[in-house]
Design a binder for this molecule. Structure first.
Ligand code: PLP
Length: 371
């Protein structure tokens, strides 16, 4: 089997696969309650919650896309503004349309980010909006939208909830949920958390919960109030993916204990261990950019907008299919470009528990293929 360096799902450590293989338990058992309880302190690190934060973390058995839908169900029935700069941000806009919302979008070419001035103009001229959606790391283009300036801007529009898809961001880069004025943040666990797909983690602000509670007809399974209150009460609304809960609890504890860090990071724990993990991904991104430059290639986005967990490289004259096939032959899976970018770009997912040493192995194999 080829090692997964695609932009998700990514490699899962054997210890975590073993956690998934634990014997089944009843989901109303004390062990299940304990498993959920083990997660919260570490999820607070993952979302970067302030000590006195009034935000709530939760887990739900569903894909990240389901949480994109849940976020909009909670945010209300008014207008939704979506910042669209790739496939996943576009999906969120589509979900808003399918829910029957008055859905607006500001779309920029893939590899770019929506300019803040334009966001401000649309908020002022076409608002009010109930919610603004964006994707912090557009996995389709390897583009990161800086959180702080957007959060600062939205702080001036308190009725517009700021909803963030952080699927390939969380556990790979700092979220600072409160400081960045986020109201709802969601992620699946198959990307930077390096676990099998199937459950999602979320964080909701007090303002989001207040808004959600006031909405009628929120449905059942994707009602954010039901599954977030359920998490807090340690009672899932339906039978959860218990095996994945085992693995997530283990992985969260391992990240906080520094178990997943390279030796060079020294021994650290808690918030420091999460920061050291984020630093590792930044170094891996820099290494990938340097490698690409060595072949006369550059990233699709501006270098300072490159995602810390997935690099999307412009292929130039290079035959992407041959590169992907040559790497597969050497035991490495990377991805072709997404949609229209197929053949024009390729993507390397340096996320999760991948190491810098592992990345060097992949890049050396790529050198061989290109030679
Ligand atoms: C993978 C991904 C998704 C979709 O996740 P699913 O678990 O397949 O629903 C959404 N957003 C981003 C940014 C992603 O990378």
């Amino acid at each position: 089997m080829a090692q997964l360096w695609i932009p998700g799902p990514t490699e899962v450590r054997p210890e975590l696969l073993a956690a998934c293989a634990r014997p089944m338990i009843g989901h109303r058992s004390a062990t299940m309650t304990e498993t959920i309880e083990r997660m919260d302190p570490h999820l607070r690190f993952a979302f970067g919650l302030a000590d006195d934060s009034s935000a709530t973390v939760a887990v739900h058995s569903a894909s990240a896309s389901a949480m994109m839908e849940a976020a909009l169900i909670g945010a209300g029935r008014g207008r939704v503004l979506s910042l669209v700069n790739g496939a996943f941000s576009k999906r969120w806009h589509k979900i808003a349309e399918q829910l029957g919302r008055d859905a607006h979008a500001i779309e920029v070419p893939m590899g770019g980010i929506v300019p803040l001035d334009e966001v401000r103009r649309v908020l002022d001229e076409e608002g009010p909006f109930d919610a603004l959606t964006f994707v912090s790391s557009e996995t389709s283009t390897g583009t990161a939208t800086p959180l702080e300036p957007l959060g600062q801007l939205l702080a001036h529009y308190p009725d517009t909830l700021l909803l963030a898809d952080m699927v390939s961001w969380i556990a790979g880069a700092p979220v600072d949920f409160d400081a960045n004025h986020l109201d709802f943040s969601l992620a699946g666990i198959q990307k930077a958390f390096a676990l099998p797909p199937g459950i999602a983690v979320v964080c909701a602000s007090e303002a989001f919960m207040r808004r959600a509670r006031s909405q009628p007809d929120r449905g059942f399974y994707l009602d954010p109030v039901r599954f977030i209150d359920g998490h807090v009460a340690r009672k899932t609304p339906a039978t959860p993916a218990i095996s994945l809960y085992f693995a997530l609890a283990q992985q969260l504890e391992d990240i906080s204990a520094g178990v997943t860090l390279p030796e060079s990071a020294g021994s650290c724990s808690g918030a420091d261990a999460w920061q050291a993990r984020f630093d590792k991904h930044r170094r891996m991104q820099a290494r990938t950019v340097e490698w690409a430059a060595g072949h006369g290639l550059s990233l699709l986005p501006d270098p300072d907008l490159g995602s810390p967990t997935v690099s999307c490289v412009r292929a130039g004259h290079l035959d992407v299919q041959a590169l992907v096939a040559g790497l597969a032959h050497r035991g490495y899976a990377i991805s072709n470009g997404y949609g229209d970018l197929k053949g024009k770009t390729f993507r390397i997912g340096h996320m999760g528990d991948h190491s810098e040493q592992g990345l060097n192995g992949l890049l050396a194999a790529a050198d061989e293929v290109l030679a």
